[in-house]
Design a protein around this ligand. Structure first.
Ligand code: BDR
Ligand code: CA
Length: 313
């Protein structure tokens, strides 16, 4: 069975990615790396620790990653993130302080060591900016050819972005890092807005979690309802909120959930646009794949099954 590392900027949909990763039988979650993004990096790490504790998975180590983009420490998008994910990243839901701290090892070193240990069997799923992964690949360039699979939530190929007309939030926060990862990865799958905006969750589904009668179900429903309300309030979508990050985890273990287009990409440094790389576009060997269609009912059914497992007492 494959080994998985999640790199989370633990906001609302990242929390669902964490839950999905715990539930799927197709990969062992060996660690969570923390990133800035939806929240500050310390808050993201603390959220991951708290959520793991809630879900009886305190054996999964959490590593602190970079606190800001490789090119700027200005959090231009923090205000909008907080409006969507709440000031604490998890929908203003207060969870008890985590009983354990983050690991002493830095996220970048954990990624490098795991790449050497598991190689082809390692799946890395970043659902925030790509700062940690790019740094790891730059610190030890040999890992680019070791890591079997990088499946990330980020980018937009055909549909418009969610920060600018061309840019998606995760990529936008560190375009240079993203460009490095896209160009150096051996096998990279981009699960971007093209597909994640199609997989929506509504209060009908969060009610199913409440009806489980468990504390976990009620907490996850409260967290996600905040995000549904924010989508509505901010006019992003009125019929539910996007399952961005858990879709990336789903595709990482089962790429058949989506239609993949082999296209070697670059990320423009100025505005974080994910487009074809003229240098590699005509290569017959593709290292980058963009998800362009998704089996929405199939994915939602699996997602709900896994959530029911993980949220039941
Ligand atoms: C991505 O940005 C973050 O707000 C979400 O958690 C998701 O990873 C969507 O653009
Ligand atoms: Ca995220």
């Amino acid at each position: 069975v494959k080994k998985m590392i999640l790199d989370l900027d633990t906001g609302v949909d990242d929390a669902l990615a964490l839950a999905y990763a715990l539930a799927t039988p197709d990969a062992d979650l060996i660690g969570i790396v923390s990133s800035y993004g939806n929240t500050l990096v310390d808050t993201a790490a603390e959220n991951s620790l708290k959520l793991l504790e809630l879900l009886d998975a305190s054996d999964v180590p959490v590593f602190l990653g970079e606190s800001h983009s490789s090119t700027t420490d200005d959090f231009a998008t923090m205000e909008i993130s907080m409006a969507i994910h709440g000031r604490n990243g998890i929908g203003e839901v207060e969870l008890p302080k985590a009983a354990r701290p983050v690991e002493a090892k830095h996220a970048v070193d954990f990624i490098i060591e795991a790449a050497h240990e598991y190689g082809e069997d390692l799946i890395i799923v970043p659902t925030g900016p790509l700062t940690n992964l790019a740094l790891a690949m730059q610190k030890d360039p040999s890992i680019a050819d070791l890591i079997g699979n990088i499946t990330l939530m980020g980018g937009a190929l055909v549909v418009p972005g969610n920060v600018t007309a061309y840019t998606e939030a995760n990529i936008n926060q560190d375009p240079q890092a993203a460009d490095y990862v896209f160009k150096h990865a051996k096998h990279l799958v981009m699960v971007g807005l093209d597909v994640t905006l199609q997989t929506l969750l509504t209060k009908k589904e969060t009610q199913v979690w409440r009806d489980l009668g468990s504390k976990k179900g009620q907490i996850f429903a409260d967290i996600f309802d905040y995000y549904i309300d924010a989508y509505d309030r901010l006019d992003i979508n009125h019929d539910g909120a996007a399952l961005h990050d858990p879709l990336a985890v789903g595709v990482a273990v089962d790429p058949k959930l989506v239609t993949l287009l082999g296209i070697n990409m670059q990320v423009t440094h100025e505005d974080g646009r994910t487009i074809g790389d003229p240098e590699r576009l005509r290569d017959t060997h593709k290292t980058n794949f963009a998800a362009v269609e998704v089996d929405v009912p199939g994915y939602l059914e699996r997602f709900m099954n896994y959530m029911n497992i993980v949220l039941s007492d």
